[in-house]
Design a protein around this ligand. Structure first.
Ligand code: IDP
Ligand code: MG
Length: 140
């Protein structure tokens, strides 16, 4: 089975509450490896570009404002079926609907401040990883 890579972001609500390690412990326990990682403060232009797919959604402006409200940790997870595995560990977008034991169930504050981003397909994972990381930054 081929290894996959996917983009993960620890969002400002989680960095503010000092949850980076607790969240990453869940990824590692699920067999996902952190093969690249950087803590950054997104600019508005960067957040708008990253979430451009959502620009017609009613929550777009609030989402961008939230994503620039504090530091984020952008990271690449590697493992078998990493895209789907990451989504499983994250849980549903709305923490009210997230399964027990998932990151969003345990840590998310709201449907918006939901602690983590994860790519939703292999195609988008490749685009999103390349948005933040050069090939030489990823050490598998
Ligand atoms: P996902 O993060 O589970 O893939 P998406 O539908 O791609 O969910 O939405 C991107 C992000 O936009 C969510 O993680 C969340 O932060 C925010 N978001 C999604 N739906 C809503 C909403 O109805 N109200 C406010 N924010 C939302
Ligand atoms: Mg999404």
């Amino acid at each position: 089975m081929a290894l996959e890579r996917t983009l993960s972001i620890i969002k400002p609500d989680a960095t503010r509450r000092n949850l980076t390690g607790a969240i990453n412990a869940k990824f590692e326990a699920a067999g996902l490896r952190l093969v690249a990682q950087r803590r950054i403060r997104l600019t508005t232009a960067q957040a708008e570009a990253f979430y451009a797919v959502h620009k017609e959604r009613p929550f777009f402006r609030d989402l961008v404002t939230f994503m620039v409200s504090g530091p984020v940790v952008v990271q690449v997870l590697e493992g078998e079926h990493a895209v789907a595995r990451n989504r499983e560990v994250m849980g549903a977008t709305n923490p009210a609907n997230a399964a027990p034991g998932t990151i969003r169930k345990e840590f998310a504050e709201s449907i918006e401040a939901n602690s983590v981003h994860g790519s939703d397909s292999a195609e988008n994972a490749a685009i999103e990883v390349a948005f933040f990381f050069a090939g030489l930054d990823i050490v598998g």
